[in-house]
Design a binder for this molecule. Structure first.
Ligand SMILES: *[C@@H]1O[C@H](CO)[C@@H](O)[C@H](O)[C@H]1NC(C)=O
Ligand SMILES: *[C@@H]1O[C@H](CO)[C@@H](O)[C@H](O)[C@H]1NC(C)=O
Length: 347
C-alpha cells in the first residue's frame, strides 16, 4: 500500500483488490458441510447441549426446521451458520397481501439473530399439488422485503427446499428438467432465485433412488464406492462415479433449461439410514457419510472445483418421526449423543 499511496487511483484499486480478496477467502472458509437438527424425538438433549455437541464436533453449519428460540439463543456467539426454515404450516400466513405477518416473523426470529443466519427456507418439499403451494412464492417475496427493510437483504438469502421428484428425465444427468406439468409452480420460483442470486435448496437422497431401482443402480454407485466411471453422459461426455453428483447435476441441467444457468444448488438434506429398510445398515450409512464429506469439496462434473454446500440429515435418530421405519434411523448421533459412525471430520 505504501508504495502506491502517491497514486490515489492505484491505492483505491489496491484497496478494492484487498476487499475483494478478503471477501473471497471468507467465502471459501464458509462451512461446506452442515447438519440438520431435527427435533422430532422425545428423548433428545437440550438445545444448549445440542449446540455444544455441534461445536465439539467441529460442525459449523446447522439447518433448523422451525425458529426454536432456545436454539437461536444458544447459537449466539457459537460461529455456527444457520439455514432456518419457515415451517410448511407457517408459509400461508406469511404469504398474505398484508406484509405485516412476514415482518413480524422476521423481526422476532431473524433480526435479533441475524449474524448467525445465512438462509431462510420458505417451506420444505412442498409439491405443486399441496395446499401451501400457491403461498410459497408470495411468502418468499414478503420475507425478502422484510429482510430488505431491516438492511439484511444482501446478507441472508431466501429460498425454498425441494425434493428431486420435481425433476424429470434425470438420466443421463444432462437431460434433467423440471416437470412441465408443474412449471407454473417452479418457473416463477426459479425466476425469483435467479433475480435475487439465491441458491435452489434440494434434498438429495441416493438411498431412496437406490432402493426404488436396485435393478439399474448399484449400491457402490449410491455409496461413492465405485472404483471407476459408472455413467458417461452421452451429451457432454462427463463421467460419473457416484449417484450423488449425477442427481445434483440433473438439477443444474434443469435450472439451465429453465433459464437460470447461474443459480447455485445447495444440498439442504442428504443422508442414509442405519436401520429399517433395504441396505439400511450402520456400515452402509457410515460409508455414505464419510465418503460424502470427503467428496463435496470437489464439486460435480458440471461444476468441478465448486464445493457443494451440503447439510447432512440428521443430527439424531428421531423416534417420533412418522413414516417408514428408515425415517427414525437417519441420525449421526444417538439421542444419548454417541456418534453412530465414529468421529466424522467436518472441517
Ligand atoms: C412440508 O410439507 C410437505 C408437503 O405436504 C411434506 O412433504 C414435507 O414433509 C413437509 N415438511 C415438513 C418439514 O413438515
Ligand atoms: C409431472 O407432474 C405431474 C403432475 O404432478 C405428474 O402427474 C407426472 O407424473 C409428473 N411426471 C413425471 C415424469 O414425474
Amino acid at each position: 500500500m505504501a508504495v502506491l499511496s502517491n497514486n490515489p487511483h492505484k491505492a483505491i484499486a489496491a484497496t478494492l483488490f484487498i476487499v475483494a480478496f478478503v471477501s473471497l477467502s471468507l467465502h471459501f472458509t464458509d462451512a461446506q458441510v452442515g447438519v440438520c437438527y431435527g427435533m422430532l424425538g422425545d428423548n433428545l438433549p437440550t438445545e444448549k447441549d445440542v449446540v455444544h455437541l455441534y461445536k465439539s464436533n467441529g460442525i459449523r453449519a446447522m439447518r433448523l426446521y422451525s425458529p426454536n428460540l432456545a436454539t437461536l439463543q444458544a447459537l449466539q456467539g457459537s460461529g455456527i451458520k444457520l439455514m432456518l426454515d419457515v415451517p410448511n404450516e407457517t408459509v400461508p400466513s406469511l404469504a398474505s397481501s398484508d406484509p405485516s405477518s412476514a415482518m413480524q416473523w422476521v423481526t422476532t426470529y431473524v433480526v435479533p439473530f441475524a449474524s448467525s443466519i445465512k438462509y431462510i427456507v420458505v417451506g420444505n418439499e412442498i409439491h405443486p399439488s399441496d395446499k401451501q403451494a400457491s403461498s410459497v412464492l408470495p411468502a418468499m417475496q414478503n420475507v425478502l422485503n422484510a429482510l430488505k427493510q431491516n438492511k439484511l437483504g444482501d446478507l441472508i438469502k431466501v429460498s425454498t427446499s425441494i425434493d428431486t421428484t420435481l425433476i424429470v428425465n434425470s438420466y443421463p444427468p444432462s437431460d434433467g428438467q423440471f416437470n412441465d406439468t408443474s412449471s407454473s409452480y417452479t418457473a416463477p420460483i426459479i425466476k425469483f432465485l435467479s433475480t435475487n442470486k439465491s441458491p435452489l435448496l434440494v434434498n438429495v437422497y441416493t438411498y431412496f433412488a437406490y432402493v426404488s431401482n436396485q435393478r439399474d443402480i448399484s449400491l457402490n454407485y449410491a455409496l461413492f464406492t465405485s472404483p471407476g466411471t459408472v455413467v458417461t453422459d452421452p451429451n457432454n461426455n462427463k463421467n460419473y462415479k457416484n449417484l450423488f453428483d449425477a442427481m445434483v447435476d440433473s438439477v443444474y441441467a434443469a435450472l439451465a433449461k429453465a433459464g437460470a444457468p447461474n443459480t447455485a444448488v445447495v444440498v439442504s438434506e442428504t443422508g442414509w439410514p442405519s436401520d429399517g429398510g433395504d441396505a439400511a445398515t450402520v456400515n452402509n450409512a457410515g460409508t455414505y457419510y464419510r465418503n460424502l464429506i470427503n467428496h463435496v469439496e470437489q464439486g460435480t462434473p458440471l461444476r468441478p472445483g465448486q464445493a457443494i454446500e451440503t447439510y447432512l440429515f440428521a443430527m439424531f435418530d428421531e423416534d417420533k418421526k412418522i413414516g417408514a421405519n428408515t425415517e427414525r434411523n437417519f441420525g449421526l448421533f444417538t439421542p444419548t449423543k454417541h456418534p453412530k459412525y465414529g468421529q466424522l471430520n467436518f472441517s
